[in-house]
Design a protein around this ligand. Structure first.
Ligand code: DLL
Length: 432
C-alpha cells in the first residue's frame, strides 16, 4: 500500500517533489516525444532551462487536437511493448482519441482512487458496485482497479439494466456505488418507486464524469441515504481520480504528487492568481506511457490552496462550472457538436439542409438529446416513409459515432430560427 504521508506533505515538500519530478519528466519527454521536442525547440527551450515548478509557465501547452493529429499512438513516450492498456474518449471530430498506460501508470491510477476510497471509509470489507461503463471509457476499469487495490469486493456490473442494478445492490450487499451522478439520481428514483430503500446497505457513492450541482447531491444523498462524493478526471490525464473529494465534501483534492494543476485565462493564456476562475491545465509528473505537459482541459474552475479540515495538504479544485469549448456531456458521454455535424454532412445526399439544432434537456433526471434537421425544399413532410428512413439512418449513425442514442426529427425547410450572427446550434436546457 502507498505511503499515506504523501497526502499530508507540507506545501514546501509538495513543491520540492513536483520540481524534481517536473525536471525529470521534461527531460524524458524531450527525448521521447517528437511533438514536445519540436514545440520546445520552437520556443528556444532546452530541458536544462526547466529547473522547477517556477519555470512551468515557460513550457508549451498541449491540446486535445494533438491527440487527434498523432492518432493513435504518436504521442506515447514508451514503446508499445510497454503499454499494457489503452482507453479512448471522444475527439473534437468523429475520430476518438487514444491514451495508453504502462504497468506503473495503472498502479498510480489505482492509487489515486484507492486514496479516495480509504478516506471515505471503504476497506476490504466493502462491496463496491462499479456502474460506470466498462470498456474504452475510463470510468469502469478505473474505479474497478482502485477498488481492487484496497481489497474490497468489486461488483463489476457496468452500466444499464436499472432493475438488475438495484436487485444486485440488495442481494450482494453493495456498500459503495460508483456511477454518474445523473444515473445515481435515476437509481434513487427507481428505488423509491420499488419501495426497497430499507433493503439497501449503501453507505457512500462516488459520482463523476459529468457536471452536477449541490442540489443534485442533496437529492441523491436523500434518495439513497448515503454520502455522495465527487470525483473528477479525464482520459487524457489518466481517467477518474485525478481529483477526489474527501469527507469534508468541500472541493476535490488534486493529487499533486502526480499532477500539477494551473488555472489560466483561456483567451490570453496567462496564469491566473490563486483562487480565480479560469481554464484548468494539467501537467503529469509520473505518467510513463502517455505523459502530457500543460494540457488544456477546457474545464472552467478554480483552485483553493487553503488547508482542508481533513488534514490533506493537496490543493482542492472547485466543481467545474462549465467548459471553454463546446463539448457537451450527455449521460456521461462527451459529445462535440462537430461530431453531429459530420454525420449530417455524410447523410445529406440532397434530402436535408445544413440547418440543424441540437437540443439537450434533462427529463426525470435523464439527459435527452434531440437533433432537429431541416429537410430540403424538394422533400415533403407528407412523404412519411422517406422522412422516417432518413431519420432512422441519422439516428443509427449518431449512435455509432457518439455512443449514445438521439432523437432525430426532420423539420420543415426554414423552420429553424435563423440568427444574424453565429448560428445557435446548441440549446442546452439543463440547469447545471
Ligand atoms: O469522464 C473520467 C471519469 C470517469 C471521471 C468517471 C469521473 C468518473 P472523459 O470521458 O475523458 O473522462 O471526460 C472528461 O468529463 O474534462 C470534464 O469536462 C468532465 N468531468 C469528469 N468528471 C467530472 C466531474 C471521464 N466530477 C471530462 N464534474 C472532463 C464535472 C466532470 N465534470
Amino acid at each position: 500500500m502507498w505511503n499515506e504521508k504523501i497526502e499530508r506533505l507540507s506545501r514546501e515538500e509538495i513543491r520540492k517533489l513536483q520540481s524534481e519530478r517536473l525536471v525529470a519528466q521534461v527531460k524524458r519527454m524531450y527525448e521521447k516525444v517528437d511533438l514536445f521536442r519540436q514545440r520546445m525547440d520552437e520556443k528556444g527551450l532546452k530541458p536544462s532551462d526547466i529547473r522547477g515548478v517556477d519555470d512551468l509557465p515557460k513550457l508549451p501547452f498541449s491540446y486535445k487536437s494533438d491527440l487527434r493529429d498523432f492518432y493513435p499512438y504518436g504521442l506515447f513516450a514508451e514503446p508499445m511493448s510497454n503499454i499494457v492498456r489503452v482507453h479512448a474518449s471522444s475527439g473534437t471530430t468523429g475520430k476518438q482519441i487514444v491514451v495508453g498506460y504502462t504497468k506503473n501508470d495503472l498502479e498510480m491510477w489505482s492509487e489515486c482512487i484507492a486514496r479516495m476510497l480509504t478516506e471515505i471509509g471503504a476497506d476490504k470489507n466493502s462491496f463496491i458496485q462499479v456502474s460506470y461503463g466498462y470498456g474504452l471509457f475510463t470510468g469502469g476499469l478505473g474505479a474497478h482497479d482502485g477498488a481492487s487495490k484496497i481489497g474490497a469486493t468489486v461488483i463489476p456490473i457496468s452500466t444499464g439494466n436499472t432493475k438488475r442494478q438495484i436487485q444486485t445492490m440488495i442481494d450482494f450487499g453493495t456498500t459503495v456505488l460508483c456511477c454518474t451522478p445523473s444515473y445515481a439520481l435515476y437509481l434513487g428514483e427507481e428505488i423509491e418507486a420499488m419501495g426497497v430503500k430499507d433493503k439497501l446497505k449503501l453507505k457512500a457513492g462516488i459520482f463523476g464524469a459529468e457536471p452536477w450541482t449541490e442540489d443534485m447531491r442533496k437529492a441523491i444523498e436523500d434518495k439513497l441515504n448515503i454520502k455522495a462524493y465527487d470525483i473528477y478526471g479525464l482520459s487524457e490525464i489518466m481517467g477518474p481520480g485525478v481529483a477526489c473529494e474527501c469527507k469534508e465534501q468541500a472541493g476535490m483534492h488534486v493529487w499533486e504528487d502526480m499532477f500539477i494543476p494551473e488555472i489560466i485565462d483561456p483567451d490570453t493564456c496567462e496564469v491566473l492568481p490563486e483562487g480565480e476562475s479560469g481554464e484548468l491545465v494539467f501537467t503529469t509528473l509520473t505518467k510513463e506511457g502517455f505523459p502530457l505537459i500543460r494540457y488544456r482541459t477546457r474545464d472552467i474552475c478554480s483552485l483553493n490552496y487553503e488547508p482542508c479540515k481533513c488534514g490533506r495538504t493537496h490543493v482542492r479544485m472547485r466543481k467545474p462550472s462549465g467548459r471553454s469549448d463546446d463539448m457537451l456531456i450527455i449521460r456521461g458521454v462527451n459529445v462535440f457538436p462537430s461530431q453531429i455535424e459530420e454525420v449530417l454532412i455524410k447523410v445529406s445526399d440532397g434530402d436535408i439542409t445544413p440547418n440543424y439544432q441540437i437540443i439537450v434537456d434533462r427529463v426525470n433526471n435523464n439527459d435527452t438529446l434531440d437533433v432537429n434537421v431541416e429537410m430540403s425544399e424538394t422533400m415533403f413532410e407528407d412523404e412519411i416513409e422517406a422522412v422516417e428512413k432518413i431519420e432512422k439512418k441519422i439516428t443509427d449513425m449518431l449512435r455509432s459515432t457518439l455512443g449514445i442514442g438521439a432523437k432525430v426529427h426532420l423539420v420543415n425547410p426554414k423552420s429553424i430560427t435563423r440568427s444574424e450572427g453565429k448560428a445557435k446550434r446548441v440549446i442546452d436546457n439543463r440547469k447545471l
